[in-house]
Design a binder for this molecule. Structure first.
Ligand code: FAD
Ligand code: FES
Length: 306
């Protein structure tokens, strides 16, 4: 069992957990993830590592409350335990002194960007962090990000919380202006990563995205996480999750991510009907799972029309 030692609802629908997992903390590297099963009847869900402390023997995760498993996870309190946790999984992100790097993130992707930004800074890079949010209330860890980055830009999305536009708009503006960038990293929803990759492609700036396909075992055995990269099938859990964003087949990734939506919706509805009081008691700010689902629909439209 893996005990939760700290919990915080960071912004609406996004929760932070610090979990006791000494062996995982000892081996963790930026870009890796864990697979969690909350309880006996739970499904296995992957979560990026948002930090770790070897001395304390803890790891951090940041998650978006979306469906049954993340709602369940969100209702655990400090002192409660998670039944299974496997990791660290996946290949660590390649860290080097590239020169000037942009770290683009948004939503739950702000979490796993944190150890990446620190590692890139320690390796001697000039780190420009860009964070997008549809409004100010969805931006978290601003001070932590500022402290670890050479520049921090908060992007307003549809307006009201910082500079104009989304991460892809920032990348286009920056590169159009002739500024030199040696590598871009993107963590967040597939749509954001796809748009950021499209923005950098004309300028030939390598863009590493951390893909989040459906996963089951996380060890290369089930094939659930297959993605097409450069025309070749890869398993994101063992070959990734980092891939070159210019080579990812975003259409198939998005379609595969959405293949069980009717079943997931039904499961979430039934769980919420029976357990709404647990959410009210433990994480009332996370009580709007439809937020994420609505966003998914907009994104699907945008992907299929691109
Ligand atoms: C390597 C990796 C790292 C991830 N890191 C994070 C993170 O740090 N924070 C975060 O909030 N989310 C992260 N995700 C996504 C997260 O795993 C899903 O949001 C979660 O599994 C949804 O489960 P659910 O039961 O709450 O939702 P459901 O209602 O079951 O599903 C909602 C949507 O979530 C996705 N999803 C469902 N099951 C899985 C699964 N087993 N594997 C992957 N995606 C799934 C699908 O797109 C689905 O339509 C990561 C995914 C991967 C592959
Ligand atoms: S999750 Fe099963 S092969 Fe990757």
């Amino acid at each position: 069992m893996y005990q939760i030692v700290e919990k915080e609802v960071l912004v609406p629908n996004i929760i932070y957990l610090k979990i006791k997992a000494p062996k995982v903390a000892k081996a963790a590297r930026p870009g890796q993830f864990v697979i969690i099963r909350v309880d006996e009847t739970g499904e296995r869900i992957p979560m990026g590592l948002a930090g770790w402390d070897v001395e304390e023997g803890t790891i951090d995760i940041v998650f978006y409350v979306l469906g049954t498993s993340t709602m369940k996870l969100g209702t655990l309190r400090e002192g409660d335990s998670i039944m299974n946790l496997a990791g660290p999984l996946g290949k660590p992100t390649e860290i080097d002194n590239f020169g000037t790097v942009i770290c683009a993130c948004g939503c739950f992707g702000i979490g796993p960007s944190m150890p990446l930004i620190k590692a890139l800074k320690e390796a001697g890079n000039y780190v420009i962090t860009i964070v997008e949010g549809r409004s100010r209330e969805f931006i978290f860890w601003e001070e932590k990000l500022r402290a670890e980055s050479d520049e921090l830009h908060i992007l307003a999305g549809s307006g009201g919380c910082g500079e104009e536009g989304w991460t892809n708009d920032f990348v286009s503006r920056y590169l159009e202006g002739g500024k030199k960038v040696d590598r871009i990293f993107a963590h967040g929803c597939p749509f954001m990563m796809m748009e950021t990759s499209k923005a950098s492609e004309p300028y030939g700036v390598k863009t590493i995205v951390s893909l989040t396909p459906l996963m089951v075992d996380g060890t290369g055995m089930c094939g659930a996480c297959r993605v097409e990269v450069g025309g070749v099938t890869k398993f994101a859990c063992v070959d990734g999750p980092d891939f070159d964003g210019h080579e990812v087949n975003w259409d198939t990734l998005t379609l595969r991510l959405r293949q069980f939506i009717p079943e997931e919706d039904r499961s979430a509805m039934l769980w919420e009907r029976d357990n709404w009081h647990r959410l009210v008691e433990t994480a009332p700010q996370a009580l709007n799972p439809t937020l994420g689902r609505g966003e998914g629909k907009e994104k699907k439209k945008a992907v299929s029309s691109s």
